[in-house]
Design a protein around this ligand. Structure first.
Ligand code: SF4
Length: 398
């Protein structure tokens, strides 16, 4: 390694800021282990005193409709409004039943996630969020993103700011940062030409942060974007974060190749993913948490991310239909996610949406053993999978 790259890693490990150009050099050229060691040093500095802990959350994705007018090329989940035999929408009763199951299984958060339905304006989300909060006030609604806000505001003939105020008042706690995909223009246009621009996505998130609605941020890797575009994506997030401080976490995940128009011609490799986790931990010095995505990369890679700068492994996802439709078949349960974290020599802790430690599993002898708390991938892409019929989470006799 050149002295310059090692000097950049040393500066980052000591708490210094890295420029976008330096981040690109690190991403392209730094030796993997040196990069991971520096990112881990950044993590340990940030969480000094709790650096032995890695977190997870129990949540459920609730997919309310697959009908969508936006036709993203990487998406295997949506049905266009014209495909009436393929489109479905869940009723409120069904949604509330899924919330009840989430609470019963110890889940603390729901991600309300779906297509850009041509009839769903702000009113739809107000009605659903207020009904969920009325029935289950303990559930955190961590859902949607700038793309949904842009869409619902257009349908209702109002501004994004008004839409955010109204859905927040109805019960939305924070935005999940959906729809970020790739923020730089060329890469975004190539895979999601009908979505708002990356600048607009960030502008809406900045508006939300200004209204007191925080969010996470995401990145979709592996759809043919360049290394420079990946780093530019990080730069765009960091610049907004310098102004707002509203992004709680950064979560890169990988494109899944099945059943979509991109047909898997490009994909991110495991090493590219680990390098991104590390560079994100080093470059995003103003974002608290980096999450490794075991759902799209697999449990082994998820576990490795904990040594490359990640401090969180996301969720035991009680239901997931979106990336599983595109081929992500990794499943986990509570016991496994705890073992994944222990296998990385960390102490597992169940966290809240805002990253408070709810339960720290200090003693393996007292680990929770509830095998009902398991990821269910009810995908149209999996034989026997179910995107829209009833999903049974709990065996009748348990
Ligand atoms: S990613 Fe979201 S917005 Fe894009 S087509 Fe799929 S459901 Fe629609």
């Amino acid at each position: 390694m050149t002295t310059d790259l090692q000097a950049v890693l040393d500066r980052a490990a000591a708490g210094g800021r890295v420029t976008p150009g330096e981040a690109l050099d690190l991403y392209r050229s730094a030796p993997l282990h040196a990069l991971g060691a520096a990112a881990d040093a950044v993590r340990r500095r940030r969480y000094a005193g709790a650096e032995h802990i890695a977190t997870y959350i129990i949540e459920r994705n609730i997919n309310y409709t697959n009908v969508c007018v936006t036709a993203c090329k990487f998406c295997a989940f949506y049905a266009p409004p014209t495909a009436q035999d393929k489109g479905w929408t869940r009723g409120l009763d069904d949604i509330l039943r899924r919330c009840e199951e989430t609470v019963r299984l110890g889940g603390t958060q729901i991600m309300f996630q779906g297509g850009h339905h041509p009839d769903f304006g702000v009113e739809y989300y107000e009605e659903h969020f207020s009904a969920i909060k009325k029935a289950y006030p303990q559930l955190v609604i961590h859902s949607l993103g700038a793309s949904e806000v842009e869409h619902m505001a257009r349908i209702s003939g109002t501004t994004a700011e008004d839409a955010i105020r109204r859905i927040h008042a109805a019960g939305l706690d924070s935005f999940a940062g959906a729809g970020a995909e790739l923020l730089p223009a060329r890469a975004r246009q190539a895979i999601a030409p009908l979505k708002e621009s990356g600048e607009r996505w960030l502008e809406i998130m900045e508006t939300a942060h200004g209204l007191g609605v925080e969010s996470t941020s995401t990145m979709l890797m592996g759809t043919g974007e360049t290394n420079a575009e990946r780093i530019e994506h990080l730069r765009m997030i960091r610049d907004v974060q310098d102004r707002t401080g509203g992004f709680r976490a950064f979560i890169p995940y990988t494109y899944q190749p099945e059943n979509n128009k991109l047909k898997g011609r490009t994909q991110a490799t495991t090493l590219e993913y680990l390098r991104m986790i590390a560079v994100a931990r080093i470059f995003l010095d103003n974002v608290a948490h980096i999450q490794g995505s075991w759902l799209t990369t697999g449990k082994d890679v998820g576990q490795l991310t904990l040594h490359y700068g990640a401090d969180d492994l996301g969720s035991v996802m009680l239901e997931e239909n979106v990336v599983s439709s595109a081929g992500a078949r990794h499943r986990s349960n509570l016991r496994e996610i705890i073992e994944m974290i222990r296998g990385a020599d960390r102490v597992p802790a169940q966290r809240s949406t805002t990253y408070e430690h709810l339960v720290v599993h200090d003693d393996p002898a007292h680990d929770p053993v509830d095998d009902r708390v398991v990821s269910h991938l009810s995908s149209t892409a999996i034989d026997g999978g179910t995107a829209h019929p009833e999903l049974t989470l709990v065996e009748a006799d348990r």
